[in-house]
Write a protein that binds this ligand. Structure first.
Ligand code: 1HA
Length: 270
């Protein structure tokens, strides 16, 4: 596709084409590790992609062929989190995880090279993962003094099973793309040179399908794991659809016309 720049950022590249928004973490000198500003940039881009009615799917990736993302930037790790220019320690990637999870449009991780630590959790949060043959996956937390006990643990176990999740976290090994595919951690593995073309093909197939159906399915699959916040998402879609019906509109119209609502004409389906 002919990617067009869609915003000015320091730590990411943000582009759009053909109904696809692409967010590229652009810190290859640190294997695309994120600092607070990187997370802020990703949050702004994803918010834009969500709001843009022409965008139906989002790609999250890393610049270069060596890494998707190597997690939190250990060079700016302070006491209590990763420190930005304001001197405040933050774990704001957790907010971005929630944002990917609740984005009503599919987010696809496009992974070449290292995908580790907090970067590995980001790919797990994405709805789909397309991996290049050179991709390497793993958690490093217990080796570098960190852990993600949120979705990073529980959702991982939903994806790969309890035994494998404990192995990944307790041993901190790295796994190649083939092993990741066998575990169900990624959707497909392709040669590095085909990575973007394949990912875009998956995007096009999604874009050809009903956006509301996909939106409701993402919320439904989330709801199975996410408790009351998952139900809120799913129910929000029910409300959205109800607002589109004549029955839903009758209530609003009656209020505005200062009359009693007349719901008698609406069928009570079995
Ligand atoms: O666990 C959490 C969180 C939990 C809860 C809530 C929030 C969280 C937020 C974040 C995280 C975490 O992400 S903890 C895990 C942090 N990440 C890591 O432990 C990975 C560290 N990196 C590596 O293990 C390796 O660098 C690598 C396997 C990704 C790549 O190895 P390679 O290809 O041998 O390259 P290497 O020479 O190690 O790295 C190239 C350059 O990139 C080095 O810089 P240089 O020596 O040239 O100045 C290296 O320091 C830098 N670099 C790589 N990863 C990071 C990094 N610099 C800062 N932070 C990094 N994560």
């Amino acid at each position: 596709p002919e990617w067009k720049k869609a915003g000015e950022f320091t730590d990411i590249i943000y582009e759009k084409a053909e109904g696809i928004a692409k967010i590229t973490i652009n810190r290859p000198e640190v294997r695309n590790a994120f600092r607070p500003q990187t997370v802020r940039d990703m949050e702004a881009a994803l918010a834009d992609a969500r709001d843009d009615e022409d965008v139906g799917v989002v790609i999250l990736t890393g610049a270069g062929e060596l890494a998707f993302c190597s997690g939190g930037d250990q060079k700016v790790r302070g006491t209590g989190g990763y420190v930005g220019q304001d001197g405040v320690p933050r774990l704001n990637v957790l907010d971005f995880q929630r944002q990917i999870r609740t984005c009503p449009k599919p987010v696809i991780a496009m992974v070449a090279g290292w995908c580790v630590g907090g970067g590995h959790v980001l790919h797990m949060m994405c709805d789909l993962t397309i991996a290049a043959e050179n991709a390497k996956f793993g958690q490093t937390g217990p080796r570098v003094g960190s852990f993600d006990g949120g979705w990073g643990a529980s959702y991982m176990a939903r994806i790969v099973g309890q035994k494998k999740a404990r192995e990944i976290w307790f041993l901190c090994r790295f796994y190649d793309a083939k092993e990741a595919l066998e575990m169900g951690l990624v959707n497909t593995v392709v040669p590095l040179e085909d990575l973007e073309a394949e990912t875009v093909q998956w995007c096009r197939e999604i874009l050809a399908n009903s956006p509301l159906a996909i939106r409701c399915l993402k919320a439904a699959l989330n709801a199975d794991c996410d408790g009351q916040s998952g139900l809120q998402e799913l129910a929000g879609n029910a409300t959205l659809l109800y607002y589109m019906t004549d029955e839903g509109r009758e209530g609003k119209n009656a209020f505005l016309e200062k009359r009693r609502p007349d719901f008698t004409k609406f069928k009570r389906l079995p």
